[in-house]
Design a protein around this ligand. Structure first.
Ligand SMILES: [Zn+2]
Length: 278
């Protein structure tokens, strides 16, 4: 449904510069997948390692890196479901395990997934698959939790629920580690300088490249969800997720779940929260 890149600034949009930039590019694709097929797997003779919630497919990757991936993925699985208030739901056990395809380098990843050179990972929400490659800076502390969160959030609320892009990307970005503080600081600067995009306008953005600078979009989106999770709490976020899952309009669900008087009240509280950070 949506493809989103998230370079930090206008002049960092060039693919080549992007992988080394502060915010690694992540491609998020709802429901897509041109590349995962049985033929793909057998052709490439994947080796597999399994853990409680994951099956890792890899080839030509050092065993230590695979072990590292498994332990980080399990760690993030637990921290994500805990942070979002989904602790009591079991998403990815046994036959429902998520699959991570780990390519040995960028070249092989791009060849096999037919992705553009700046993609750090691809994810399919429908088939619960993440494809990525080793050696990327920011992979373990940003790309991996970001993509896992996309899948977990959509598995909870439903894949066909229509939401503004900032909610999906904000939830995913809220679970990043190293990037998150930078995003919150940027959001704070935008608010301080009165250069932020009002949340009503943010809600109309379907592709950040076209409507607004991606760095601004992701910073604001992440800061709103962090505000909801930290200031309002995970029980409220769980209530919000349930209302979305049950088909309630997202604005109504948001106001009701988090007890905002209206959308202006929501925006004012968000700004106050962000201004108090750091
Ligand atoms: Zn994303």
């Amino acid at each position: 449904m949506a493809i989103s890149g998230e370079p930090q600034t206008e002049n960092q949009r060039k693919p080549v510069t992007f992988i080394n930039s502060i915010f690694p590019l992540v491609i998020f694709i709802f429901g897509f997948f041109p590349v995962i097929s049985q033929a793909d797997i057998t052709k490439s003779s994947w080796q597999t390692n399994k853990s409680q919630h994951f099956i890792i497919y890899h080839q030509g990757v050092q065993p230590a890196l695979v072990d590292d991936l498994i332990s980080k993925a399990e760690f993030y699985y637990n921290s994500i479901v805990d942070d979002l208030g989904y602790r009591r739901f079991d998403f990815w056990s046994w036959d429902n395990r998520a699959k991570i395809y780990l390519y040995r380098d960028a070249g092989e990843f791009q060849r096999e997934t037919q992705n553009s050179s700046w993609a750090g990972a691809v994810v399919s929400v429908n088939s619960r698959v993440i494809k990525t490659y080793v050696g990327q800076s920011g992979f373990f502390d940003s790309i991996l939790p970001h993509e896992m969160t996309h899948i977990i959030f959509r598995e909870f609320i439903g894949k066909n629920i229509q939401l503004p892009l900032w909610i999906d990307e904000g939830v995913a970005s809220s679970q990043e580690q190293s990037n998150l503080n930078l995003r919150l600081q940027k959001a704070k600067e935008l608010i301080k300088q009165n250069k932020y995009v009002e949340l009503n306008a943010l809600s109309g953005v379907v592709k950040p490249d076209d409507n607004m600078e991606p760095g601004v979009f992701y910073s604001e989106a992440a800061s709103v969800i962090v505000f909801l999770l930290r200031e309002k709490g995970k029980e409220d976020f769980l209530r919000f997720s349930r209302m979305l899952r049950d088909g309630t309009d997202w604005k109504k669900a948001l106001l009701k779940s988090f007890n905002f008087i209206n959308f202006q009240d929501f925006e004012a509280e968000w700004k106050n929260f962000v201004l108090q950070q750091y």
